[in-house]
Ligand binder design. Structure first.
Ligand SMILES: Cc1cc2nc3c(=O)[nH]c(=O)nc-3n(C[C@H](O)[C@H](O)[C@H](O)COP(=O)(O)O)c2cc1C
Length: 261
């Protein structure tokens, strides 16, 4: 069966109205504030998911050596660039990137380098390797998509991958002139509204996107420190990414994608 990439029949005006309607209806309300705002002593929900094989455990941020790179240097280097040229990351370098971007910086309370509404962490972090990374270190010894569990610091096997498919996930590489051939991995931020919906209701929609922004900025700054280039990507094909990552939970949405390399 032939697949339709662009549907020119879609009613963009109507869709935009619908999104606006949803956005306006996801506002923070007095009800959310009075009855459902988090107290300090609330219990985190228990999310039971199928057990996954752990491939690696990322160290705590405080256990990663500091190389003296300043915040100003990181901000001066923060740029979007498709010019992926860096040599392949070692396991220690990958650990460093992950620990800075979304690692744990408070061992006692298990808090992270990015904030999360109500400390609920609804945004899942998935890594898809490219041909440049697969088989070049122990973390990506196999062509597999890994999910970073932000609570345990474990990299868990999410799904089989296929490096030949990576360029088909994004419009700029599938139909446009770019390629991920020299990039190292994609980071897909996947929102799971079930994690915070009970507490925040429709506001969840905004809070998940806010969290993606924090994670994304951490990644771009950490990338600068490590001479990696990054591209924040809005133009991705969600259905193809869901298929590759085997995301079957219908409420989960791919919210943001970054290329790193
Ligand atoms: C939400 C968001 C989505 C973006 N989507 C894309 C994209 O699909 N493709 C791309 O090449 N750049 C994308 N960009 C990068 C912007 O083009 C870039 O940030 C902008 O040109 C400013 O350049 P700078 O990031 O180097 O300062 C995106 C940026 C943001 C914040």
């Amino acid at each position: 069966m032939e697949m339709t990439i662009w549907s020119f029949r879609e009613d963009a005006d109507k869709k935009a109205e619908l999104y606006e309607f949803y956005h306006l209806n996801s506002e923070h309300t007095a009800r959310t504030q009075s009855f459902n705002a988090p107290k300090m002593d609330y219990k985190l929900p228990e999310m039971r998911e199928e057990e996954r094989e752990t491939v690696w455990t990322v160290p705590y941020l405080e256990d990663i050596p500091d190389d003296g790179f300043t915040l100003k240097e990181a901000l001066m280097k923060r740029r979007t660039s498709w010019d992926f040229q860096r040599e392949t990351l070692t396991d220690a370098e990958l650990e460093k990137f992950l620990a800075y971007s979304f690692g744990i910086n408070d061992k006692e309370q298990n808090l992270k380098t990015y904030p999360s509404g109500g400390r609920l962490y609804p945004v899942e972090i998935h890594l898809i390797p490219t041909q440049k990374l697969v088989g070049k270190n122990r973390i990506f010894a196999e062509d597999c998509c890994l999910r970073y569990n932000m609570h345990t610091r474990n990299l868990e096997k999410q799904s089989e991958s296929d490096v030949r498919k990576v360029d088909t996930l994004i419009s700029a590489t599938d139909i446009g002139p770019f390629s991920f051939g020299e990039a190292q991995f994609l980071v897909c931020l996947v929102g799971n509204p079930e994690v915070m919906k009970k507490k925040y209701h429709a506001l969840t929609y905004r809070l998940m996107h806010d969290e993606c922004g924090h994670i994304g900025q951490n990644m771009m700054l950490a990338a600068g420190m490590m001479n990696l280039n990054t591209v924040p990507l809005g133009g991705f094909f969600e259905d193809r990414i869901r298929e590759l990552l085997e995301i079957r939970h219908t409420a989960k949405r791919v919210l943001y994608v970054f290329a790193v390399g």
